[in-house]
Design a protein around this ligand. Structure first.
Ligand code: RAM
Length: 354
């Protein structure tokens, strides 16, 4: 299963990064990442927007790149928006701009679960198809959410990994993104649940810090954690910006082996730290695929093939067939797949993929 996922991810990534689509077809589906599995003219000339959390975050850039490739291969126009910082206010301004531009769809990684509701409802009232990806907006604000991986599995797995890394006991801390990010907050809820329900009497969660998905702030927060908790044994960073900052600080301070970093990281940014042992292992999914799947869902919504209701089915090129399922937040979602573990044995083959 893992192997198959890996092969599919590789096929799509190669297809998406190639300038000219050649023989990248998937034998099983008979499609390629570029054909959107729809007649190209049905969305030709239409405008599909993606609005990510913030600019300058390589994870967001990869999501946007995956989105753009699929939209353009379907003959439509991709509009990529990213605010300077990860705030709801900045996204509301951009949503209003997209409404004025009369785009056909908006795929948004929300900087707040509830605060975007009036703006996104206005967009939907104007006939714009709205979906979230990466970080969900509430179910009133979207037609469907594109979820990168099972949230419960992510949260529980990170605590299980941490227990193993620290040998069963010690102080641990979480370094998150913004305090309003729905994806990180959901993962943290599951981490807490795992701590409560499992055999973790030796683990002490001393602090949840927020680096706001800004590198320097994440570095500062990591330094503060190490200063305030000199016995700290592990930092869990469920954000690609945070995990890299934490691993760099642990490395620079000569704390490899004393403080372990884990969480969700990009292999391209973390290879150095997985190799040097500051981050013994970590998890992620393919962000290019998250953007690609959001693009296929946007196209299906605009074409009227799906409404975002539970049970809707659509084709997502080389990614395969997907079904809309019910989400834990009361809305609906599409689940991309399972998270993947990156460790010293496989990091070299992944570091140039994403
Ligand atoms: C950061 C962002 C993004 C998240 C990844 C794991 O880049 O917060 O939303 O999904 O980390």
């Amino acid at each position: 299963m893992k192997k198959m996922k890996k092969v599919l991810s590789l096929v799509l990534t190669l297809a998406l990064t190639a300038t000219v689509f050649t023989a990248c077809g998937n034998k099983e589906t008979g499609t390629s990442a570029g054909d959107a599995n729809t007649p190209a003219d049905s969305v030709a000339g239409k405008n599909f927007a993606i609005l990510v959390k913030s600019a300058g975050n390589p994870y967001n850039e990869k999501e946007s790149a995956g989105f753009k490739e699929v939209i353009e291969a379907a003959g439509a126009k991709a509009i990529i928006k990213a605010p300077e910082s990860a705030t709801a206010e900045a996204q509301i301004t951009m949503i209003n701009e997209l409404i004025s531009q009369k785009v056909d769809a908006i795929a948004i990684a929300g900087n707040d679960f509830d605060a975007l509701e009036p703006a996104l409802k206005k967009a939907m009232k104007e006939g714009i198809k709205v979906l979230s990806l990466d970080a969900a907006v509430n179910s009133n604000s979207r037609m469907v959410h594109i979820n990168q991986a099972d949230s419960e599995k992510i949260g529980r797995t990170l605590i299980q990994a941490t227990k193993e890394m620290v040998g069963g006991s010690g102080q641990i801390a979480i370094l998150s993104a913004t305090s309003q990010a729905a994806n990180q907050n959901t993962w943290i809820e599951w981490m807490k649940k795992e701590l409560e329900e499992g055999d973790y009497s030796g683990l002490d969660l001393v602090k949840i810090a927020y680096g706001d998905d800004e590198f320097q702030k994440s570095v500062d927060e990591t330094e503060a954690l190490l200063k305030n908790y000199p016995d700290l044994k592990a930092i869990i960073a469920p954000t690609t910006v945070g995990i890299m900052a934490a691993a760099k600080v642990v490395t620079d301070k000569g704390l490899i082996g004393k403080v372990s970093v884990t969480g969700l990281g990009l292999p391209s940014e973390m290879a150095e730290y997985i190799t040097n042992g500051s981050c013994p292992w970590m998890y992620l999914w393919n962000p290019i695929d998250v953007g690609g799947l959001a693009a296929y869902a946007s196209i299906a919504l605009v074409k009227g093939d799906i409404t975002g209701a539970q049970g809707n089915k659509f084709e997502a090129g080389a990614l395969g067939s997907y079904e809309v399922i019910s989400a834990q937040d009361g809305g609906t979602e599409v689940l991309l797949g399972a998270p993947f573990k990156f460790e010293p044995a496989n990091i070299d083959e992944w570091k140039s993929v994403y």
